[in-house]
Design a binder for this molecule. Structure first.
Ligand SMILES: [Zn+2]
Length: 93
């Protein structure tokens, strides 16, 4: 999916529409010892059958998240692209 490098979007800090730089949001590395991860592992432990928290259906695409940076105040905000996309997001030059 293609997306423009710069868009005119609402900035909640300037309280009006400004030109924003667009970048793909990156996810940090998941830590395997986080409380939520340990809980999830505990729930999956056991023998067979459908266990709570186990996925049965794999989704076809990912929902891409973008980071918009305001050109005036340089503050950042996140935006989720409307639909699931199977391909990685690209930026038009
Ligand atoms: Zn701004």
């Amino acid at each position: 999916m293609k997306f423009p490098k710069e868009i005119n979007a609402y900035c909640p800090f300037c309280k009006k529409h400004e030109v924003h730089k667009v970048k793909a949001a990156s996810k940090g590395r998941a830590s395997s010892l986080a409380a939520g991860n340990r809980r999830h592992e505990r729930r999956l432990a056991g023998h067979g059958s459908k266990r709570k928290g186990e996925k049965t259906v794999k989704k076809q695409g990912k929902r891409n998240k973008l980071v918009l940076q305001c050109n005036v105040c340089k503050k950042k905000q996140e935006r989720v692209v409307g639909s699931r996309t199977t391909k990685k997001i690209e930026f038009k030059s």
